[in-house]
Structures are given as C-alpha cells and as structure tokens.
Design a protein around this ligand. Structure first.
Ligand SMILES: [Zn+2]
Length: 169
C-alpha cells in the first residue's frame, strides 16, 4: 500500500508533501486531514470499503521551512516521469529513448513539456516530424514535475505528479 503515493496539501491547498497511502488514511481517520481526491484503487475490509486517497488536505495550516523544488530536467528524470513507458505506443519493453515532440531540427526545445519517453520504433517512425503529421497520439500530456525530495525520500524515488495532482500546482 505504501507504493500508492498521496499528495498532501496544506490547509491553504498548497502542495507540501507526498506520503504513503497508509499514513494518509490514518491522518484522515484521526481528523487531521480530509480527502479531497480519491484514487482509483479500492481497499476492502469486512465492514467497509474505501478508495485509497490520491490527494489529502491538512485541516491545520503548517508553516514550512522548505520550499518546493522543481525536478531538474534530465534524460533520467524524463524516463522516470514517464515510468519508462513509450508515450506513443505504451510499450515498456526494450531500451527507451527521448523524443522531442516538436522536433529539435525545427527549433523544439529540450524541456519537460516537449520531451517524452519513446521506444526506438516510435522514435524512428516519427523522425523529424510532429506527431500529428504521422498520426501518432501522446498517451498523456507531458508536465513539469514539481515534487521531489521533500520529506526525506531517497534519491531513487523522485515523486512525480499524476493528473489528479496537477491542478494543485
Ligand atoms: Zn513506442
């Protein structure tokens, strides 16, 4: 269950942390936080069932010393954001590379919103063209991840936003 990450909002709706689902449920049961977005995963017990939270909001405002940081743009971080899954065909087999949605040869920049994880096949198929030109559709819209490393996560577990989280950033 700890694999399911929950975005923690301050009372002001400002994102301040990410925690495991277990902790988030505990906080909401104790009345310290309220669930503002439910996730897709359901858990059941004999007497009840509930969806794992995706976003919770603290009931008391917490003053923070740490400001949120943006995740540095790098090949490794783009692959992590896209979970090593080709953003065109959904494959996660084989070696992944980066694709510039708006091609570099046409002035496309290396930014979070213009670069996605792509398999070799899709990358070759797309070449120096725009996805529309070759009838390719992105699985999801690439975003700037804004959420690493607050709350003592290890280097290997940089946390990225999901669509349910995006509107809070
Ligand atoms: Zn592909």
């Amino acid at each position: 269950m700890e694999a399911f990450r929950v975005l923690v909002l301050n009372q002001s709706y400002e994102p301040i942390n990410v925690c495991g689902a277990k902790r988030a449920i505990k906080m909401s049961l104790l009345g310290k936080a309220e669930v503002v977005e439910s996730g897709e995963f359901e858990i059941r017990s004999e007497t009840s069932q509930l969806f794992l939270p995706s976003v919770i909001r603290l009931k008391k405002y917490v003053y923070l010393k740490i400001r949120k940081k943006k995740v540095p743009f790098s090949k490794k971080n783009v692959l992590k954001r896209d979970q090593f899954t080709c953003q065109y065909c959904g494959s996660s087999n084989g070696e992944m590379t980066l694709d510039h949605i708006f091609p570099r040869s046409k002035g496309g920049k290396s930014t979070w919103k213009n670069v996605v994880c792509s398999c070799r096949v899709c990358n070759a198929k797309k070449g120096n063209r725009l996805p529309e030109e070759v009838g390719m559709i992105l699985i999801s819209k690439p975003t700037q991840p804004v959420f690493p490393l607050i709350g003592g996560f290890g280097k290997s577990s940089v946390i990225f936003s999901t669509e349910k989280w995006t509107k809070y950033f």
